[in-house]
Write a protein that binds this ligand. Sequence first.
Ligand code: NFS
Length: 670
Amino acid sequence: MAKKREIQEYTIDPAAQQMIIRAEELGIGTAFSRADNMAPCNIGAAGMCCKQCGMGPCRLTKNGDVGVCGATLETIQARNLTRAIAAGSAAHSDHGRDMAFILKAAANGEAEGYRIKDVAKLRMVAAYYDIKIEGRAPEEIANDLADLYIAQFGQQRGEVAPVRRAPKKRQERWKAHNVIPRGVDREVVEALHRTHIGDDQDYEHILDHAIKTGLSDGWAGSMIATDVSDIIFGTPAPVLGQANLGVLKDDMVNVVVHGHEPTLSEMIVAASQDPEIIEYAKAAGAKGIQLSGICCTANEILMRQGIPAAGNFLHQELSIMTGAVESMVVDVQCIMQALVELAKNFHTKIITTSSKVKIKGATHIEFDEHHAFSIAKQILKESIDNYKNRGKTHIPQIKEDLIPGFSHEYINYMLGGSYRASFRPLNDAIMSGRIRGVAAIVGCNNPRSKQDYLHVQVVRELLKKDVLVVQTGCGAIASAKLGLLLGEAGIDQVGPGLREVCETVGIPPVLHMGSCVDNTRILTVLTQMVEEGGLGDDIDQVPAVGLAPEWMSEKALAIATYCVASGAYVIFGGQSPISGMPDRVTDSDHVLKYISEGWEKKFGGKLEFIADPDEMIRATLEHIDKKRAALGLPEWKADRFGRSGDAQMVELEALPLDQRRAAIYGVAAD
Ligand code: NFS
């Protein structure tokens, strides 16, 4: 049994610390304690175990070992990694598929409560695919777009349509290496086929199909999910929100939505504002309904509606530990089975809603987009009915404000205004060296590392070095909980050049861009930066890095793969799933080398696993500086900038009038 860690080793979040102490007092297990009790298998963790067939599992632990079928370590590691990427791509893309069906139903008036909210985005997206726009009703356009999008999943030949939104040069590179996905389902199926016993046994060949599979996620499945969510629920723009367990309310019915798809959660938001439901809650003795979110569902409704986030992945159990949650409503992905057992200690109801996800012991109220609003009301009524069963509560009084909502459309707008929306100011700031480069810091929490620590450490250090940070997923919630997603907060911790830009544009130095499927917004931003000019003609030339310091899910690996395929340097923290055992198997790093150097040669991006945060930061800055040099941009210097218009005005106002005039006009006072 592994050693039990101290509370401060579990998490840096004080609200989480309070709840873990409570769990220990009550003798209730959480992911933190289970991680202590469950020592990972060192052979599996290193990617050296093959359990693809009934002759195994084969464990390769010595130089020269092969499986019963003769499979080498490289083949086994490539298979394991590719299967994980396929599973991650399948999860994101199935979400995208559901969204496409919702669009179809909304376009045909068959989806109760849904409508096309963002017609401008609908027209913009349709235009990418030459769908006729002029003189047509939004529903007609949406119907065609839905058909096109639904077809991307089962398409057998050709190329998935959204890849044509990538920079031209990138598309040519993909074509040259034959990695443009034909259809989402086809690539995922082929990944499973190729990694079956007795199939593809050339690790480089297997891994290049992982690239194709990842691309079917990033440039199809996930991109479709984001597009349709924006069209139906609105494209995010900055709103005020809050994050952490302190958003739960003692005198209200607390309903926590957890999972990923915005379809049900958005309807629950709408239903919670229905007068009938508010009256129902009041009749039960509560002041009303307090909705909050966990994981990416939280990000979806936080970005669009400002609904508070109760926390990220590791907060799902902790929120129930408050004793104040009437129901946790879940759909798909990142939902711990442990919730049901944990909830038995309190009054909380776990309500599953997806036809794909049931948990033994949970209440199942199945979601159906044709009757979404009625189902949302039913769920809320059951939650309200449960209010009377609430016992003593322990809500940590800890929460932070944040400003989320930085969609790529909004970033484009905020940089230039409605008549001259453009990425020019961002490119200029990078070219001049005010902004050294961009880091996308995304992904999960993992109970094997200190919750939020790696995220926040990397964010803080990169900001000091003038690196603009964009975030999604649980990483964004980590920064939100620690107050990094506010305009003013922490601006004095930011490098002088970046600070100047943030003050001029009026943005926080960390931009919350949404949920994990919204990482495709980052692909769009990178593409637009390339198309704006001055930063090369392909994504791999932009001084940018992607990081997932606390990753744990297969979806994170899928994201990494499509970002690498798109030309980005991607750094993952924690344990590498293909680390090998270099101390015992001297030649165990072929796959690691291939996904770094090999992929970089082919696609311009590379994937590396770096556990140490200081080394992550060093590698990020080194890469950004290398890309700057390759573009012929001036070397980044810490003290070249830092006196923004605002800062200068403040200084000037402090001067006596004559000196102020002299400073402004360069003439002595009369
Ligand atoms: Ni992304 Fe979102 Fe969080 Fe990780 Fe899970 S919620 S889809 S997978 S844990 S960031």
